[in-house]
Design a protein around this ligand. Structure first.
Ligand SMILES: Nc1ncnc2c1ncn2[C@@H]1O[C@H](COP(=O)(O)OP(=O)(O)OP(=O)(O)O)[C@@H](O)[C@H]1O
Length: 466
């Protein structure tokens, strides 16, 4: 049971606030007159993670990997198909509307699109004051005074209480969304792509605001983003998702210095490096081949095996468990990077892997072969402990880490077309009555591959079948 801090009933910093076990969401696909179920979109397919009080957990992955669905499941805007969600030690997986009501104060969501998430017919005073009315809470000094205080907390003019959303810019609207989410002093805030609909110049302001508010108000964040550049500065830990699963979950610095999952490595290489001194940067990019497979029938074994340059037979047949290979770093991979091979007997590359390897830069393949081999030998000979071996392997990746630092500071998170997201009202309705959609119309997943200017000819890191 998590420890509660005496003064405010909050879980003490560092203690588990949210725990998710085996979480699943399968959207049924129905067809025909009788709407018979013919399949399911496996949007979220067995997630296990914890969020500790006071931390920021970043969640990244390509479009369609299930990030938003995960966000909606943990805020209970969607009903899970399987698994368990515990908040402050209490099982909230299947709580009904009444049971969830008190919890709605503690868990809030910030939506992606500040244009469609605010009701255009309501003043911002009404919008930010709505949570008080919905929860029947009368703040000290009245709702208007509290809303004006919230406006100034998020850097807006309290005098603008009576203005309408269209009178504000995108960044200001997102501040309004943040003020609304903070109204009831929540413990956990889940932000779904909070800045991706904003101009690059505004993104940093909103991210900094969220960062400041976290410190001031002792908030815990889960921040969802489609690339690593947004979450890297604000996250304490980062979870990388692929096709409904977490493939790597690690402390931020470990993830950047020594990513273990090949998919993490590919995602990181997609971050543009605007450093003119690094002339060779583009040759280190990894271009993931092909589309993300359909979540209706995900690949067997490791779901990434159809696009991975290290995939062998075991990857096709056996699903790797998410295990802590190094303190603070969990990964689900048979042939991790920067760590000893977990299936060294399995050296024959699948033919898809050979093709994928052609799109991976020589430098990446060489480094990957070297680090894994060096670690395997050193550990087998008992010369060094795993930690030391890892540290020596780290040296080689230091440069890449540093350049990404530069990348992320000036970098523009790839801006996305704003897409329709619910209004607060809709969200509230969903919250009251989570509904299964009748038909899964849009299982298609768009890939956002890294840009590889010139696919390098691969040097295979492992023996190949011919
Ligand atoms: N209501 C729904 N009915 C059917 N399928 C859905 C529904 N919502 C999401 N999906 C499907 O579930 C999968 C995961 O979607 P989700 O929106 O969670 O992904 P995402 O990683 O957040 O992507 P994006 O960044 O594009 O929002 C996708 O294949 C999507 O088409």
């Amino acid at each position: 049971m998590p420890r509660q801090s005496e003064e405010n009933g909050r879980v003490a910093d560092g203690e588990v606030l949210l725990k998710v076990t085996g979480l699943q969401k399968h959207f049924p696909i129905k067809k025909g007159l009788l709407q018979r179920q013919v399949g399911a979109v496996h949007a979220v397919d067995g997630l296990d993670f914890e969020v500790r009080s006071g931390e920021t957990l970043g969640v990244v992955g390509e479009s369609g990997c299930g990030k938003s669905t995960m966000g909606r499941l943990i805020t209970r805007l969607l009903e899970p198909t399987g698994g368990k969600v515990e908040f402050e030690g209490k099982d909230i997986t299947h709580l009904g509307v009444t049971g969830m009501r008190p919890m709605r104060r503690d868990v809030q969501m910030i939506f992606q699109d500040p244009y469609s998430s605010l009701n255009p017919r309501h003043t911002i005073g009404t919008i930010i004051g709505a949570p008080f009315r919905l929860q029947g809470v009368e703040p000290e000094g009245g709702i208007k005074k509290e809303v004006q205080r919230l406006l100034s907390v998020v850097g807006l003019n309290p005098e603008h209480y009576n203005r309408y959303p269209h009178e504000f810019s995108g960044g200001q609207r997102q501040r309004i969304g943040i003020a609304r989410a903070l109204a009831l002093k929540p413990k956990l805030v889940v932000a779904d792509e909070p800045v991706s609909a904003l101009d690059v110049s505004i993104q940093a302001q909103v991210v900094n605001l969220m960062d400041d508010l976290q410190e001031e108000l002792g908030l815990t964040y889960v921040i969802i983003a489609h690339d690593l550049s947004v979450v890297r500065h604000v996250s304490d830990r980062i979870a990388v998702m692929y096709l409904g699963k977490i493939v790597e979950l690690a402390d931020r610095d470990l993830l950047y210095k020594t990513p273990m999952h090949p998919y993490t490595k590919a995602l990181m290489s997609a971050v543009p490096i605007p450093d003119p001194k690094r002339k060779n940067a583009k040759s280190e990019r990894i271009l993931l081949k092909g589309d993300v497979p359909s979540p209706i029938s995900p690949p067997s074994g490791c779901r990434f095996h159809t696009r991975c340059w290290k995939a062998t037979e075991i990857c096709r047949t056996t699903e790797p468990a998410l295990v802590e290979l190094r303190p603070g770093q969990q990964v689900a991979c048979h042939h991790p990077e920067n760590f000893e091979d977990q299936a060294p007997q399995d050296t024959v590359l699948l033919s898809a892997a050979k093709e994928a390897a052609e799109l991976v830069a020589d430098e990446v393949l060489a480094e990957s072969a070297q680090t894994s081999e060096a670690l395997a030998t050193a550990v087998a000979e008992g010369e060094v402990g795993t930690e030391e071996a890892t540290a020596s392997a780290d040296a080689g990746t230091e440069e890449a880490g540093a350049s990404e630092e530069a990348a992320a500071s000036d970098e523009s998170a790839a801006s996305e077309e704003p897409e329709a997201s619910e209004s607060s009202e809709q969200a509230d309705e969903e919250a009251e009555a989570p509904e299964e959609p009748a038909t899964a119309e849009k299982p298609a997943v768009a890939e956002k591959p890294a840009v590889a200017e010139k696919p390098a000819v691969a040097e295979k890191p492992a023996a190949s079948e011919d």
